[in-house]
Every structure is written in C-alpha cells, then in structure tokens.
Write a new protein. Structure first.
Length: 305
C-alpha cells in the first residue's frame, strides 16, 4: 500500500485530475486547515494558547522557472511579517526546489539568505526541508553555505537514508539545527532502509547520539515524527545523560495525533506543529497517506456521506 501511494504521488495524470474531485478536497482537510496563509495562521491560534509553536510551509516543489522561485521567496517574506504581526512563535520551512534549485543553486542560496535574514530580524527561524535522494547532496551543500552566514537556520535529515549518520558528522562543526524525520519518498534499498524496524532503529540511534554528544553545545534537534512511543523512548534514554524533555522539540503535522501534541506539551515537551497550506497539495498528501495506515483509514471515511 505504501508503494502504491508513493507511485500515485509521482503520477502526473493523477496529479492533474484527482485534486478536482470534491472528496479529495474534503479528505485533505485532515492535514491542512485550508489553502491560504490566513487559514494556516488562524489554525495556529489555539496552538499558541496551549504553548505549542507553529511552522508554516506553502506546498509546492520543482518549479519550472526562476521567476516562480522569486515569487515564492517574496511570499515567505510576507509569511514572516504576518507571523511577527500576530506575535506568534512561528517559523517557516521551505523546499529548495521551491526556490529554484533545479535551475540555479546560487540563486537559491540568495533566496535562502534573504529569508534567513528576515527570519532573524523578526525573531523567527528558517528551516530547509529535505526532498528526494537526488537533492540530498545539493541541499546539504546549500545549508553548509547558509549556516555560516545565518545561524538561525536548520536542516531536515531523513533517518531511512543510509548516508545520514555520515551527514550528521559532516555537519557537526557547524553546530547544526536538525529536524529528523523518518523519510517519505520511495527510495531504493541500496540507499535507504525499507523495513520499519530498521528505520526506527536508525532514527533512535541518530537522535540519541546527537543529543548526548551535543550536551552543552548550542544545538537544536526537532523530532519530526508522530511515533509517540519512539519519542518517549528517546526522551528516556537521553534523560540518563542529563537532557531534559525540553532539551529537544517534538514536531508533528497539523491534524495528526492532535491530542498527543497537547498531552506532550503539558508533560513538559517543547512541541511545534507544522501547518501546510496552498493548492499544490496532491503529492504531499499522497506521501502522508503512505506514512501511516491510520491516515488511509481517515481518507476512506471521508468518502462516506
């Protein structure tokens, strides 16, 4: 089933036709409050009241022109201004291919630098999302160039990629901020773990090692997973090394395990909710269905009257 949904995420015909159906629009509302920035900001209000931070991302990837990338960068400048105007503890997360990585790496870096500077000026933070394996090296290279210029920046890494432990060591001299996710793309077994137990073991080892060896250094780690048992296992192991529950972050998607997000926040964890919006949601949504069977069950229930 996971492979089926990942195939559907890449299928151009389905991408062009399925989003037109009303039942698809209804189902995707589980994971995003709407297609506009205002809908995303409004959804964050109760989270803010509960002490839960928010991260905003406009969906879309692999743009066709650099002019489109310029528009995306301008949009995120507006997002950072809107976050500041509402006095939210909000941050933004961007995909490099949204900013022109397929066309011009230097131009992409210029956009990232501009956004990071704006984030710093407004007291926010800029996260660089990770895409498929073909973009890992260029994305890490961008982050290496950016981090030296703007320290209020972080990078997403994927635990299922076999190269990730080496990437963490490569980035350590930068005192990086990392969002660790399991991985949502359909990667071959030669470069990625495909068995859930292997992915979980890699995730656990990466998170625990990063937190233990980073004790006392200015690091930031976000656990981008909805696997609460794994989160609590990590917390238990690093507590022995003196890392408290608020020594890292739990980062979950809007609409997924919402009760657990509030519970963890009350239990002393630092929690952030990633709120996606925009009209280019189809491939992103298919990858969310591929991640957890519970997501598929909800999508099927949405077909009922």
């Amino acid at each position: 089933m996971r492979r089926l949904f990942l195939w559907a995420a890449r299928n151009t015909w389905l991408k062009g036709h399925l989003p037109r159906f009303r039942f698809m629009k209804r189902a995707v509302r589980r994971f995003m409050p709407g297609e506009t920035l205002d809908s995303a900001l409004d959804a964050a209000a109760p989270l803010e009241a509960a002490g839960i931070g928010s991260i905003y991302t406009r969906l879309g990837e692999n743009l066709n022109t650099l002019e489109e990338a310029d528009e995306v960068a301008d949009h995120y400048i507006g997002v950072l201004e809107s976050i500041a105007a509402r006095r939210y503890r909000g941050e933004v997360s961007v995909k490099p291919t949204q900013l022109g990585l397929d066309h011009d790496e230097d131009r992409t870096l210029a956009h990232l630098t501009r956004l990071a500077a704006k984030a710093a000026d407004t007291g926010s933070y800029l996260w660089i999302d990770m895409e498929g394996s073909a973009y890992v090296e260029s994305t890490i290279r961008l982050y290496e160039r950016l981090r030296g210029l703007q320290p209020r920046t972080g990078l997403c890494l994927q635990a299922y990629l076999k190269r990730t432990p080496g990437d963490v060591e490569r980035l350590r001299p930068l005192d990086p901020a990392i969002r660790l996710v399991k991985g949502a793309y359909d990667e071959p077994e030669s470069i990625a773990y495909r068995d859930k137990r292997q992915v979980d073991a890699s995730y656990l080892a990466l998170a625990v090692d990063f937190l233990k060896t980073g004790r006392g250094r200015p690091i930031r780690l976000g656990l981008g997973t909805h696997d609460v048992a794994l989160i609590e296992q990590i917390a238990e192991q690093v507590a022995l090394a003196g890392v408290p529950r608020d020594g890292f972050e739990v980062e979950m998607l809007y609409g997924i395990r919402a009760r657990e997000q509030y519970r963890l926040a009350k239990a002393g964890y630092r929690v952030q909710t990633l709120i996606a919006y925009g009209d280019a949601w189809y491939p992103w949504y298919m990858r969310r269905l591929a991640e957890r069977p519970a997501n598929v069950a909800f999508a099927l229930r949405s077909l009922l009257p």
